[in-house]
Design a protein around this ligand. Structure first.
Ligand SMILES: O=C(O)CCC(=O)C(=O)O
Ligand SMILES: [Fe+2]
Length: 209
């Protein structure tokens, strides 16, 4: 059974005076839960070995080293080796959405992103929103990113979310997924030692009204 770790970020608004939002605005929400076991995380990372990697691009498809340094593998949802992963992600997203977000969602319209950030080039991804101006990224609504690496094996690489001017850090626990509205500003800090792997899936749907 998946476990909900956090429902925030009300308790993390350390300094309301620094908030960029009006008082009456309820900060957007995020939720985390276990999605994969440690062994399953290792099996997912091992999928790298038989697949070609690409440099991570920005939401608009542009590759810019100064904003993002990561290597990506795209996992095809109908690949027999990937099917169980897609099923688990579907379950996690459906549960999280039902319990916390209540968004109108239609499905995963993109492949699943297996991401690697390494200390070799201080891998990172600077502040960004996942919603693009055109094409499929425009209909992204809910982002789920799962920590695939043992937190003891890397330093840096923190996933941070900025809802209101006070960034909060997502749990680093291996196998735990963090879900947030795709328009939320977030970043991955530079990995200063070791390697961090993550699995990112976007759920799409009708535009917010
Ligand atoms: O690696 C992560 O946890 C998040 C990556 C990310 O923000 C993205 O690929 O859009
Ligand atoms: Fe992102």
């Amino acid at each position: 059974m998946d476990r909900v770790f956090a429902w925030g970020p009300a308790e993390t608004v350390a300094d309301p005076a620094r908030s960029i939002l009006p008082d009456r605005f309820e900060p957007s929400s995020w939720a985390t839960r276990e999605v994969f076991t440690a062994d399953e995380c290792a099996a997912i990372v091992a999928l790298r070995e038989r697949r070609a990697a690409a440099a991570g691009t920005l939401v608009n498809g542009v590759a810019t080293d100064g904003i993002r340094r990561s290597r990506l593998i795209w996992l095809e949802q109908d690949d027999p080796e990937v099917e169980w992963i897609a099923q688990r992600l579907t379950r996690a997203v459906a549960d999280l959405n039902r319990d916390h977000f209540g968004f109108a969602l239609s499905g995963f319209d993109e492949q699943i992103q297996l991401t690697e950030y390494t200390d070799a080039n201080l891998g990172f991804y600077d502040w960004h929103s996942d919603v693009g101006g055109r094409g499929i990224p425009r209909t992204r609504k809910l982002t789920l990113t799962v920590q695939l690496s043992d937190p003891a094996e890397y330093e840096g690489g923190a996933l941070e979310l900025n809802f209101n001017g006070n960034p909060v850090e997502a749990p680093r626990d291996r196998g735990v997924g963090t879900a947030f509205p795709s328009y939320t500003l977030h970043r991955v800090g530079p990995v200063t030692s070791g390697v961090r792997n993550s699995l990112v899936v976007w759920t799409h749907g009708p535009r917010f009204t």
